[in-house]
Design a binder for this molecule. Structure first.
Ligand code: FMN
Length: 507
């Protein structure tokens, strides 16, 4: 059964012994971040952390909700993340019906999807408390995650000094970021809604940054408002049931409503309620909703922020969000994530994306067998792909094709191997790649868009990427030598050695 809300999921984590309650008072400035980082990096991602007493706020904080395979599966209510991919594959793999019987057989599947459309409700837990007169972000336990967050002059490595100051400014409000938000906007032309997870830099009690990268759907909506010179309504929801939170981070095409996708994941529609000050809709079960607007053309320096690359992402001008109204549950629980050097919680969200989106990639590229986005590649830096190769140049086609597909455009290194390589085994794959590649023949470079977080290229958001074809080469691809056979011991000898093992006296 779908989780009713965030607290329902928290209850489940607690019942399963996967959540620790911290009763001692902790500081939202850096202390919660350091505790969470330590736990994230412990064996199997540790446990979720519920901080009951947070200095300066009456509300508790919960972190590391998704930070292990076990919790990610529990969040999406599956045994394995591949189970969702299989459901999607099942939906997609429909040959056009030919007979009446086949048409009728398709009907329940279409009906199943129609059950997941978001449902509008009139009253909502997220509007138990409504603060319209003097909304104040300062009363919430919004975290400062890393020492130089929000301090542009500190986060850039100085040419002269290698050592960075660890001094923290006096102002407690500097460098606080909402790290697990769901930003809701609407396309002003089509009315189509979008939810995107874009971190929120809190400037003061009524103003924040709006960090949608230019490649993202929220930014596309903003561009349209900008051209119309119209004020853009937006809402930031924090804390909902886990499928809704995850769906906001999923790289869905603009035409698919994240809330429909969340409904599909949780097998029940997401209940949505209209904001108090605009017709933007937000999940009714949210813990906190910040309503407001973005004025076209108004920008302010956002960041720096200790990001999931493990470096501070640069301070850059981004649109400004003005708070008009804050609504929340009476006993709000504030969820946050800490991103930084992997492995961190968001790595498991990326792993969910890898598994869920594999069948969708196969729609365009049926030869793809598997994909692996290693955690060290922090989502976009590195993708391994195995394919069933049947014609010359196919691996290079996959490389170009993936660079043209949605957020795969950010993949800085794509390595394609044959389908007999288990790409989830990184050591075996590295061995295969290093042996199989003639670097000049098998490497392709392309210039193009890069993720806004990339700091290596000469310019922001634009640079080069590399693809490596590490498949077996054929004569048609210019390989004039025989491809060698991989070494395997014969089964007969393996069995013999196994049966005589004790005789050898080896431990
Ligand atoms: C914890 C977390 C924080 C993120 N922060 C940002 C961000 O600040 N800006 C951004 O553009 N994308 C960010 N992303 C990635 C987007 O959520 C992701 O690309 C999503 O698909 C965007 O939705 P959209 O396609 O509807 O724009 C973040 C992802 C996660 C998991």
């Amino acid at each position: 059964m779908a989780y009713k809300d965030l607290r329902d999921y928290i209850r489940q984590l607690e019942n399963k012994g996967l959540l620790v309650r911290i009763k001692t008072e902790v500081d939202p400035i850096l202390e919660i971040s350091e505790i969470t980082d330590k736990v994230c990096k412990s064996l199997n991602g540790g446990k979720a952390l519920f901080f009951e007493k947070v200095r300066g706020s009456v509300f508790p904080v919960v972190t590391n909700l998704f930070g292990s395979f076990e919790r990610m599966c529990l969040a999406l209510e599956v045994k394995e993340l591949d189970d969702i991919g299989k459901r999607i594959e099942d939906l997609m793999n429909q040959a056009p019906p030919k007979t009446l019987i086949e048409k009728l057989a398709l009907f329940p599947k279409l009906l199943e999807i129609s059950k997941y459309f978001p449902k509008q409700v009139k009253s909502a837990p997220c509007q138990e408390v409504i603060e319209k007169d003097d909304p104040d972000l300062g009363k919430f336990p919004i975290l400062k995650c890393w020492p130089h967050d929000g301090q542009p002059e500190k986060a850039v490595r100085s040419q002269k000094s290698e050592v960075r100051s660890s001094e923290i400014r006096d102002s407690k409000n500097e460098g606080r970021f909402i790290t697990l938000p769901m930003v809701f906007t609407k396309d002003p032309e089509t009315g189509r809604p979008n939810a995107g997870m874009y971190r929120i830099h809190v400037y003061d009690k009524k103003t924040t940054g709006m960090h949608w990268h230019i490649h993202k759907d929220g930014a596309r909506h903003y561009d349209k408002y900008f051209k119309m010179n119209k004020r853009m309504p937006a809402a930031i929801a924090v804390g909902s049931d886990p499928a809704v939170i995850y769906a906001s981070s999923a790289p869905l095409p603009e035409s698919i409503d994240e809330m429909l996708f969340a409904g599909f994941l949780r097998r029940a529609p997401v209940e949505m309620v209209k904001c108090i000050t605009s017709d933007i809709e937000v999940p009714a079960n949210s813990e906190l909703v910040i309503e407001g607007y973005v004025d076209p053309g108004e920008t302010r320096i956002e960041g720096p922020f200790g990001d999931h690359t493990g470096f501070y992402s640069p301070a850059d001008p981004y649109p400004v969000f003005h708070v008009l109204c804050i609504t929340h549950r009476k006993d709000m629980i504030y969820p946050a994530t800490i991103v930084g050097k992997p492995p961190m919680e968001d790595c498991y969200m990326a792993k969910a994306t890898e598994r869920i989106f594999l069948p969708l990639m196969r729609l365009d590229f049926p030869e793809i067998k598997d994909i692996n986005l290693p955690m060290e590649g922090v989502f976009h830096n590195f993708a391994l792909i195995s394919i069933k190769k049947s014609y010359p140049g196919q691996a290079k086609k996959i490389i170009s094709g993936l660079w043209g597909k949605g957020q795969m455009m950010f993949a800085k290194l794509l390595i394609v191997v044959d389908d007999d390589v288990d790409i989830q085994d990184l050591s075996y794959t590295a061995w295969r790649v290093l042996n199989n590649v003639d670097w000049k023949r098998d490497t392709v470079f392309a210039d193009g868009p890069l993720d806004a977080l990339d700091h290596s290229a000469n310019w922001p958001r634009y640079g080069s990427k590399m693809g490596i074809d590490a498949t077996r080469k054929t004569k048609e691809e210019g390989m004039m030598r025989e491809w060698p056979e991989e070494i395997f011991m014969s089964e007969e000898i393996k069995k013999l050695v196994l049966s005589r093992w004790k005789e050898y006296g080896i431990d």
